[in-house]
Design a protein around this ligand. Structure first.
Ligand code: PHE
Length: 447
């Protein structure tokens, strides 16, 4: 158990080299990879979009990722304080606090979805998911019952228990077990999926390049998703960076995390589309695709409850490892700000975040009045964080690392050629593109 004043800079709170990379991949591989990426790829020209996504990842995603890690490692503080410690003036404290508030808000609704995945995994394994054929109706009935609240509480407790065990004993251990398990499940499900009759049609929908459907909008979608998928702008990599050994190469780690994220997303697409196409189910958007279209496909497959159960277990693991990373951000802040023990910080933050999430969970159907301007409270928190706060924070990070931070060259640990390329992106490419994403997602700019 942690001792009382175990601050984020103390020697006890450290990742091993490999453990850090796994933990960062655990954070980046989440529901974004499993359903959002395959869906937007299929809709935006398959492999053409995939290539665009890689370009966005390399031009903007990885430079910002490296900036977050470098700021975190050199600041050796919570995401709220690193900017100030590295020479940002008092105004940068505001940017830091925004980086703690945002993950808190994201966790409040993300943990609800974690609960859905756990519930569906159990339903699928037990075969009850397939009892009656109306999967849309079953999802609506579930989300307007009390069950999501119960699962939300269970998920928050699970995530809290991991974080309470600390950086090496909790976060790192959890990911060391779950990331390889996730890889095994992914490969197993991919083999099942691509060998289904008619699977090749799904593979072509996902991967056949069609450059004619690419629009400027696709580029903004690709960019926004590259950002979300790498867990940027959420204070996570900055917080994790503070636990990284000073001799570890951040450049190598950045590339490993990017490749990991990309691979998991690619395989997820190779599970989802062959499966849905093989059973003649239209690939539908977002939550519907995962919680409605896929159960329909699994119900028609031999050994469907086994494969369906494994698929939802995979989703649950992906979501849990991301949720763990995001809870660590406000926890590290509470420890630093109020001198709390890890245990106290975890239970207080998790409990408040759970309470904040209750009206969001209720707004999905149980209490029909909880809508504002045509959106549920749940959708509002999702919308504001993903479309406004994340790109705004991304912009601030590039400005800080590109223009404000004096010691940036040494802190990055990059060789001169790489450093110049990185700085060029942080100064000229990333901020402009982040600003465009912000204007577009907030509705100021329309294409
Ligand atoms: N990268 C995650 C994903 O793809 C985003 C995320 C991280 C969301 C942490 C919530 C918490 O789903």
């Amino acid at each position: 158990m942690s001792t009382s004043n175990n601050r984020s800079g103390s020697t006890k709170e450290r990742f091993s080299r490999f453990g850090f990379i796994l933990a960062a991949i655990g954070s980046s591989v989440g529901l974004g990879n499993m359903w959002k990426f395959p869906y937007i790829t299929g809709e935006n020209g398959g492999a053409a979009f995939f290539l665009l996504f890689i370009v966005c990842l390399v031009l903007v995603g990885l430079p910002v990722l490296l900036a977050e890690l470098a700021i975190g490692r050199n600041g050796r503080a919570s995401a709220a304080s690193s900017f100030v410690r590295l020479g940002g003036g008092p105004a940068w404290r505001g940017a830091g606090l925004l980086q703690v508030l945002t993950p808190f808000l994201i966790l409040s609704f993300y943990i609800i979805v974690v609960g859905w995945t756990l519930h569906y995994a159990i339903l699928a394994f037990s075969g009850r998911l397939f009892a009656d054929g109306d999967f849309g109706g079953a999802f609506t009935a579930f989300s307007s019952s009390y069950w999501p609240l119960i699962w939300q509480a269970i998920s928050m407790v699970l995530v809290g228990l991991v974080i309470a065990k600390g950086v090496a004993g909790g976060i790192e251990k959890f990911n060391k077990i779950l990331i390889p398990s996730m890889a095994v499940l992914l490969v197993l499900l991919m083999v099942r999926s691509v060998t289904l009759p008619g699977a090749s049609e799904g593979v072509s929908f996902f991967l056949q390049p069609d450059f004619s459907v690419l629009t400027p909008e696709s580029a903004l979608i690709a960019l926004g998703h590259a950002f979300f998928s790498l867990s940027l702008g959420m204070g996570i990599l900055m917080t994790y960076g503070a636990y990284v050994d000073k001799n570890q190469s951040l450049g190598t780690a950045t590339v490993a995390i990017g490749v990991g994220d990309l691979l998991y997303a690619l395989i997820a697409g190779l599970i989802i589309f062959p499966t849905t196409f093989s059973f003649g189910i239209a690939p539908d958007e977002g939550a519907r695709l995962v919680f409605i279209a896929l159960p329909a496909a699994f119900s028609a497959m031999p050994l469907g409850s086994l494969f369906g159960g494994l698929f939802f277990a995979l989703l649950a693991i992906a979501a849990l490892t991301s949720a763990v990373s995001i809870l660590e951000v406000p926890v590290a802040f509470a420890k630093e700000q109020w001198g709390w023990s890890r245990t106290r910080a975890v239970y207080t933050v998790a409990f408040i975040c759970f309470l904040f999430g209750v009206p969001l969970a209720l707004s999905n159907g149980l209490v029909p009045g909880l809508m504002i301007g045509g959106r549920t409270l749940f959708d509002w928190v999702d919308f504001i964080t993903a479309n406004i706060l994340l790109p705004l924070i991304g912009l601030l990070i590039t400005i800080f690392a590109g223009y404000r931070w004096k010691n940036v060259a040494e802190a990055s640990g990059l060789r001169p050629v790489w450093f110049r390329l990185w700085l060029f992106s942080l100064r000229y490419i990333a901020p402009i593109l982040m600003l465009l994403v912000l204007l577009y997602t907030s509705g100021v700019l329309s294409i």
